[in-house]
Ligand binder design. Structure first.
Ligand code: SAM
Length: 244
């Protein structure tokens, strides 16, 4: 079967996304490693070294669409004793996996909050930095999410977004296409019993704006000094912006 995801309404889109992560929550971290061949670790390392959480002053970090806490644990490890991390995700199952992992690691500096990136349950100017990794393409109204990111950041706060982008290297693009349209749904079906969520995943990557367009959207939301850094031939891009 093939779903025409392209024409779904916004509320339906969020429901589809929720179904996907509801189904895969327990196996999410394993699937990440399998499908990116471990590359997501290098991409997240690049995110953390760009963020460089301060070690000697209080730092309150917000990781949106934080799922199972992968980015949050890295921020917490890189930061100092006064680093606090808030993980926000719309999906209770993903957060439950994250909470369990945090408990197992005795990580008491991480809180998990269920909520929507489009309407964050935090006051203005609450956070020193905001990250969103492989999450923003799932949000139906990206402009709203960006505006909310800007609202909850303190002045001088940083926005960082890691997301799939457009491969711009000949040959790699063909390999990447074959990989994403065939290998990813097949792997998804083998591990979780259902390939459909992964077809959705691949389609959502295709529809996400290219790095330059996305940078423009970040500026539109009020951020300055916006930059885009492609990684791994453009499979992923790291966007950065500042609130002043
Ligand atoms: N950031 C994690 C990582 O890099 O491993 C998880 C990324 S996962 C691909 C995408 C996450 O976005 C899911 O946990 C999903 O529940 C969450 N999500 C989808 N729509 C959302 C929304 N509107 N607001 C907040 N989180 C959302």
């Amino acid at each position: 079967t093939h779903f025409g995801f392209s024409n779904v309404r916004l509320t339906d889109k969020q429901r589809l996304v929720d179904d996907v992560f509801h189904k895969v929550a327990g196996r999410y971290d394993l699937m990440n490693d399998l499908m990116s061949a471990g590359l997501h670790r290098a991409w997240k390392d690049a995110l953390i070294s760009t963020l460089r959480p301060p070690r000697h002053r209080p730092f309150h970090h917000l990781d949106v669409a934080g799922g199972t806490g992968d980015v949050a644990f890295r921020v917490s490890d890189a930061g100092g004793p006064d680093t606090k991390v808030t993980v926000l995700d719309i999906n209770g199952e993903m957060l439950a996996v994250g909470r369990d992992r945090a408990a197992a690691r005795h990580a008491h500096d991480i809180e998990f909050v269920q909520g929507n990136a489009e309407s964050l349950p935090f006051p203005d100017r609450s956070f020193d930095a905001y990250t969103i990794a492989f999450g923003i393409r799932n949000v139906p109204r990206i402009e709203l999410a960006l505006k909310e990111a800007h609202r909850v950041l303190k002045r001088g706060g940083r926005f960082l977004c890691l997301e799939f982008s457009r491969v711009d290297v000949p040959v790699l693009d063909a390999i990447y296409d074959a990989y994403s349209f065939n290998v990813i749904p097949t792997m998804g079906r083998m591990v979780t019993g259902d390939g459909e969520p992964y077809r959705y995943l691949v389609e959502s990557i295709r529809k996400f704006p290219n790095a330059r367009t996305f940078a423009g959207m970040i500026e539109e939301a009020g951020f300055v000094r916006v930059t885009a850094r492609p990684m791994t031939g453009g499979i992923v891009a790291l966007h950065s912006g500042w609130k002043i």
